[in-house]
Design a protein around this ligand. Structure first.
Ligand code: G6P
Length: 453
């Protein structure tokens, strides 16, 4: 709700991302309902309340007729969202193809698809053309809604061309771009046929942000090695024009979770869960069903743990919520069957008449159910001293860590939790967005001063 409230006195922020915070789901030929979208980007940005925000993006369905587009535009306007309508062919080539089959695996070090490299190479150009075309369509909509002084914040690997398109419309637009995935080593980026065009398009932004310092460093190296530009401590310089490059680690809206814990419906669900799993430790995994999340590796490690620790059978359960995603891509369909097969095998091996070791759900859960689950299990992420860090590719190491975590003494658990809790409540999504936008404002003021000198 916070997102949809009018914030007339605050700075206007146009968030441009492929995915809107709500996606339209087709009900009948001409009817849709809106659902909260899943994914890291949406969760982070929903917590951003300091600005008068409008969100521009793809509504998640193909709507070809004018009447349908008008009705959906109206429904989305109530959520302060503006749709960019893309037709089926563009979605296939731009979203399923170039974004999810080429950039996504490459940026996660899975390389370009190998199965039929030649075929990929052939389809590459048409997918890249569709990518540029889609980015231009986003730019057209942004340009229509833009008012002088607005901050335009472009997000993610879907929209690497957008800064360039926007600056071509209006070189005074304040444009930031942030990547929600890793940026790979320049050695990998150089295997991309469109490596230079993409880098140059991103460099049109005033500020370019990454999750970590390493990703920012990889990006700067790619610009120096591939484009021959100069890398400085502040970013990348091209003929006197500086594009600022920096790291802005993301966070969550921690207060929203803390407040939800007080709600009776969340407490009821926590009680239900505690009764349901009484006498058993609950391990919780919540991920989109994506190969980069390592779900098969995780459950294989759990299987090894059960093999090696028979005294834990019946005393521990792995609750894995695997949220379906990008279901039109064959790679994701393959992964789903693979996970089902492994879960079936493990439950067959270690289950009893009354209990199974893995509860696997192929769906998303509402916010209150999620809060209850987090509260019952606690959540450990890559939080330095607080979390148990593992090499996810080494299932023996993961199995040993599962055992360590389950047997951890209460005072160590408490100390680690305190550390994590402090980290999560200090490094929030609000702080992340406020820092990015203020850095973007500063970057522009500095650039104006430099030109005046
Ligand atoms: C990743 C991306 C996000 C995206 C999410 C869901 O986390 O970095 O930008 O929100 O995946 O992906 P989808 O393809 O469903 O938008």
């Amino acid at each position: 709700r916070a997102f949809t409230e009018e914030q007339p006195f605050r700075q206007r922020l146009l968030v441009v991302a492929n995915r809107l915070p709500v996606s339209a789901v087709r009900e009948g030929v001409d009817s849709y309902h809106l659902e909260i979208s899943v994914g890291g980007l949406v969760s982070a940005l929903l917590g951003v309340k300091e600005f008068d925000t409008r969100w521009i993006g793809w509504p998640g369905v193909n709507v070809n007729d004018d009447a349908g587009q008008e009705a959906l535009t109206k429904a989305l306007a109530e959520m302060r969202c503006v749709p960019v309508f893309l037709d089926e062919d563009i979605v296939n080539q731009y979203y399923n193809g170039y974004c999810n089959n080429i950039l996504w695996p490459l940026f996660h070090y899975l390389g370009l698809p190998h199965e039929d490299r030649l075929a990929t190479t052939r389809s590459f150009q048409s997918q890249f053309d569709a990518y540029k075309k889609a980015n231009q369509m986003f730019a057209d909509v942004v340009n229509k809604y833009y008012e002088e002084g607005d901050i335009v914040w472009c997000h993610d690997y879907h929209l690497m061309f957008l800064p360039k398109c926007l600056k071509e419309y209006n070189s005074n637009m304040k444009v930031g771009w942030f990547l929600h995935t890793p940026f790979p080593s320049s050695e990998l980026h150089r295997t991309l046929p469109s490596r230079s065009e993409l880098l140059r398009a991103v460099l049109a932004a005033d500020l370019v942000g990454f999750h970590t310092y390493d990703y920012a460093r990889h990006f700067v190296s790619a610009c120096t090695r591939i484009l021959g530009l100069e890398g400085t401590p502040d970013g990348v310089e091209d003929q006197g024009k500086l594009t600022r490059v920096a790291a802005f680690p993301i966070g969550i809206d921690s207060e929203r979770f803390i407040r939800a814990l007080e709600l009776p419906e969340v407490q009821d669900r926590m009680r239900e869960m505690q009764e349901r799993f009484a006498g058993r430790k609950v391990m919780l995994g919540i991920d989109r069903l994506d190969m980069i999340k390592g779900i098969p590796q995780k459950i294989l490690a759990f299987e090894q743990f059960l093999e090696e620790n028979p005294h834990w059978h019946d005393k521990v359960v792995l609750l894995q919520i695997a949220v379906p995603t990008r279901t039109d891509c064959p790679e994701y369909q393959k992964l789903t069957s693979q996970v089902h097969e492994i879960v079936g095998r493990i439950n067959g091996r270690f289950g009893t008449l009354t209990a199974v070791p893995i509860h696997h759900l192929d769906r998303s859960l509402d916010f209150h159910a999620l809060c209850a689950l987090y509260a019952v299990t606690g959540a450990a992420q890559s939080l330095g001293a607080g979390a148990l860090l593992v090499n996810p590719w080494n299932i023996t190491e993961v199995a040993a860590s599962i055992g360590y975590a389950l047997d951890m003494p209460a005072d160590e658990r408490e100390k680690r939790h305190q550390f994590n809790f402090k980290h999560v409540t200090t490094h929030t999504s609000q702080e992340w967005a406020a820092t990015f936008v203020s850095e973007l404002n500063d970057t522009i003021v500095e650039a104006q001063l430099r030109t005046k000198q």
